[in-house]
Design a protein around this ligand. Structure first.
Ligand SMILES: [Zn+2]
Length: 163
């Protein structure tokens, strides 16, 4: 049984780490694939995100939870650690399609996987809030799809401008 006051930091860390991990990884996989067509660039990018961006997000959550001035030091550190671990795991999960498939196919699998993760989290959160599930789902999946489109356009722009 999780102590009541640890529910908030765990939820903060998991939801932030998951969404941030999906959006950053998805943007990177799509953008770098379209922009460079290089598997090694995509792998290097995902590993960098898994480490550096997870640390960055964990520190961001640490400071933001501290700034709420309502949490104990223990709660703040739990949110920090859970954010790092969740984002690290989510970012690393995007390595699987890139390592196992042709880059062309891996992009589509990554898009499907990322959208499925965001949809599952949105479904769960909307259920807890008694909010309209379809509205929350459409909003969050819409943002994820927008990230994919913008990343593809930027990747294309980079490849045509600097090639
Ligand atoms: Zn808080």
């Amino acid at each position: 049984m999780i102590p009541r006051n640890f529910e908030h930091p765990i939820q903060v860390g998991m939801s932030f780490g998951l969404v941030s991990g999906v959006i950053t990884s998805l943007g990177l996989v799509v953008g770098l694939t379209v922009g460079t067509q290089s598997r090694i660039a995509v792998i290097g990018g995902i590993v960098t995100i898994a480490i550096a961006d997870s640390l960055s997000d964990a520190l961001g959550i640490h400071i933001s939870e501290e700034a709420e001035s309502v949490h104990s030091s223990m709660e703040v550190w739990i949110a920090t650690g859970v954010t790092f671990m969740t984002k690290f795991a989510v970012a690393c999960s995007f390595l699987a399609p890139v390592l196992l498939l042709e880059l062309e196919e891996a992009v589509w699998v990554s898009v499907a996987w990322g959208i499925a993760l965001v949809a599952a989290l949105s479904w769960y959160i909307a259920g807890r809030q008694m909010a309209s599930r379809s509205a929350v789902l459409a909003e969050h999946v819409g943002v994820a799809v927008l990230v994919v489109i913008v990343s593809a356009l930027v990747g294309r722009w980079v490849s045509t401008t600097f090639a």
